[in-house]
Each structure stands twice: as C-alpha cells, then as structure tokens.
Write a protein that binds this ligand. Structure first.
Ligand SMILES: [Zn+2]
Ligand SMILES: [Zn+2]
Ligand SMILES: [Zn+2]
Ligand SMILES: [Zn+2]
Ligand SMILES: [Zn+2]
Length: 224
C-alpha cells in the first residue's frame, strides 16, 4: 500500500519534470534541464556532463578500455559528447607526472592517439607543421577519407596524403588487395578492438564486459 502510493507520487514527480522540460540522467538518476543531458537516440539512455565524463574517464584509465566508450553498443563519440568533454580534467583521471595541460578533450585525443596503432593525422595541417590527430570514429570508412575538424580538409586513409585524389594527385594505393590490407590493419589497431581467433573478424569490448561471442560463434575473452 505505502509502496504503491510512493510509486504513484514518484510517477507524478516524473511527469511534472518532463512537463517542465527536464530530462533524467540514466546513470545518476538526477533530473536536469534538457540541454544539460545528452540522449542516445538508439537506446534512449541519457547522460549528464559528470556521468559522461566519468564514463570517458573509466575507459581512459583502463589501458585496454575501448575508446570512445559505448552505451548498449553505441559509440559515445566526441561529436555526441560535444561540449560535455570540454573543460577541466576530472580528478579521477590518472595523469602522468609530466602532464602539462588541463583540457579534458585534448587529453582524450592524446590517449586515443597513443592507443591507435595506425593513427591518421591531417595531411594539410602536417604540411603547415601542425600535428592534428583525426579520431577513428570520424573517419569515413566507405570513402577511405578523414576530414580534419581544424582545417576541414580531407586526408586519404590509404596513402595518408591530402585528398580528394584527382588525375594529377592520384592515390598510390591502387590494388584492391593493398586497400583491404591497409583497412584491416587500421581497424585492428583501434583502441580496445581485437581480432577473433576463429574468423579474424574485428570484435570490440563493451565497457565492463570481458566476454564477447563473435558472429562466427567463437567465444572471445578480452582480458581487462
Ligand atoms: Zn548523471
Ligand atoms: Zn544505452
Ligand atoms: Zn587539418
Ligand atoms: Zn590515397
Ligand atoms: Zn569469429
């Protein structure tokens, strides 16, 4: 009796919060103004800034952590996180003694670049003497192209030169076999991804999950 009254009251409060333009963080269960949570369309889960930063921090502190972190299999990309990743580094994030800056987004990109075995850097920025890392989740796999968020120029992910390729600027990687090999090497070098011993397919580890069953049926154990 007391329980169902309490539930009724809780439901009323929830409805009131929704009407007031508030959304609840699925992690800490706190209500925030709509603009202060990010909701993933595919699973409907919402994250407040603190909880999204904590989710990132956990994956960044874990040397085997998959980056970007995921929710229900969906990548919580930087584009999704937006300004939630900006600002000071949370105190939970383990930092090397030599650390020299305090920007969370910048530190994320540094860790992501370190854990990506074949990182792509913007060719145009490189020609100007700047090293701008393009995160794997921002690469257009169908077009073998990566667009820089600093200068908005494209880089070919096969030859790592500026694109678009034209007849006067052709891609030196022209055989289908070499293309496949380069794509495979790059995908297998993504942070937190492993290849299945059964079939060679790339499998990724979800946060907090050490066991994945590949499409081919093979059990893949991903050590923490
Ligand atoms: Zn939260
Ligand atoms: Zn989810
Ligand atoms: Zn650039
Ligand atoms: Zn190329
Ligand atoms: Zn497999």
């Amino acid at each position: 009796m007391g329980f169902s009254i309490r539930r009724g009251v809780t439901n009323l409060i929830r409805r009131g919060q929704r009407l007031a333009g508030n959304a609840r963080c699925s992690v800490c269960m706190t209500y925030f103004k709509n603009a202060l949570v990010k909701t993933i369309p595919a699973c409907g889960h919402s994250y407040c800034k603190t909880c999204l930063q904590k989710t990132y921090t956990r994956a960044m502190n874990d040397p085997e952590g998959i980056l970007p972190p995921r929710c229900c299999g969906q990548e919580l990309t930087m584009a999704f996180a937006g300004d939630f990743l900006a600002g000071y580094i949370p105190k939970e994030l383990e930092m090397p003694d030599s650390y020299g800056h305090t920007d969370f987004r910048r530190r994320y990109l540094e860790i992501l670049a370190e854990r990506t075995s074949d990182p792509i850097y913007c060719a145009h920025c490189k020609s100007l003497g700047k090293q701008v890392f393009i995160p794997p989740e921002e690469i257009n796999e169908e077009e073998d192209s990566a667009v820089c968020s600093t200068c908005f120029q494209g880089t070919c992910t096969l030859c790592k030169r500026s694109n678009p390729h034209t007849t006067s600027n052709p891609c030196p990687v022209d055989s289908d076999e070499s293309k496949q090999e380069i794509r495979y090497q790059r995908l297998s070098g993504r942070a937190g991804w492993r290849s299945c011993e059964g079939c060679g397919m790339m499998v990724s580890r979800d946060v907090g999950c050490a066991h994945v069953v590949c499409r081919c049926g093979q059990d893949v154990w991903l050590a923490f």
